[in-house]
Design a protein around this ligand. Structure first.
Ligand SMILES: Nc1ncnc2c1ncn2[C@@H]1O[C@H](COP(=O)(O)OP(=O)(O)OP(=O)(O)O)[C@@H](O)[C@H]1O
Length: 231
């Protein structure tokens, strides 16, 4: 469903991603690992169209989206939960979720029940301003906003960063539920090895902006972890 091929991207003069190729199949949870600053967020932004590819292609469901704007990619079925959440602090929780519907394939004002059912705390806070929520609640809000458009592929950039353990467990349960439903594939950036091992089907490790390793859970051995992930 998603095929990134020989992607090169960067900021200004500096090239960050070099020759990156990656695939996500329908219903899969693919995890993107690597030490700080290797280019994981840059890759997610390039897939979402927030950063232009200098070389290579981003193909999604057989459409070449390499030159498409982020809104077009969102409408094609790609949902995005950015690092740092980026909810709108002045808008209410309800309005934040409604914004997710802008990316829905068919125009609607109805929030899909399954998007909200995964975060039962949110409807109890619909009238509150997004900025007044705790970090963990904001993360759940960003997740629900992305799910509101019923994406077929969800890009999650460090959803557990700075989140208390009980909410991390909730997020793990949500990822597992999405996986069990089988409608939405996930590309997950996450630092916690324990977390990715508990949800992931396939793993890519970036090093200096290039794919240094890829494989399944059984191949992710101690030596690979020491070489590419241990700080
Ligand atoms: N807006 C930007 N302008 C210039 N350089 C940037 C920008 N954003 C990121 N970089 C640089 O690009 C490189 C890759 O950053 P990126 O955020 O993609 O890494 P990452 O693997 O996601 O790191 P982390 O795990 O710390 O979030 C870093 O050297 C970073 O300093």
């Amino acid at each position: 469903m998603l095929a990134v091929q020989q992607l090169e991207a960067g900021y200004g003069e500096s090239i960050i991603l070099r020759n990156v190729s990656l695939k996500v199949a329908p219903g899969q949870v693919v995890c993107l690992l690597g030490r700080n600053g290797v280019g994981k967020t840059t890759l997610i932004k390039s897939i979402m169209g927030l950063l232009k590819a200098r070389k290579g292609t981003v193909v999604y469901n057989n459409s070449n989206l390499t030159k498409s704007a982020p809104g077009v990619r969102a409408k094609s079925g790609i949902g995005y939960v950015p690092q740092g959440r980026e909810i709108f602090p002045q808008l209410t929780v309800y309005e934040n979720v409604l914004l997710g519907l802008e990316a829905a394939k068919t125009k609607t004002r109805d929030i899909p029940p399954e998007a909200i059912a995964k975060f039962p705390v949110l409807p109890t806070m619909y009238e509150r301003r997004g900025g007044d929520l705790s970090g963990g609640q904001q993360q759940q809000l960003a997740f629900a906003r992305a799910l509101a458009s019923k994406p077929e592929l969800l890009l999650l950039d460090e959803p557990c960063e700075g989140i208390q353990p009980s909410i991390v467990d909730d997020i793990r349960d949500v990822i597992r539920a999405i996986k069990a439903e089988g409608q939405t594939a996930i590309l997950l950036v996450e630092q916690s090895l324990e977390f990715v091992k508990s949800v992931g089907d396939y793993f890519y490790i970036l090093e200096k902006g290039a794919v240094a390793w890829e494989g399944g859970l059984d191949d992710l051995d101690e030596e690979t972890i020491r070489m590419y992930l241990t700080v």
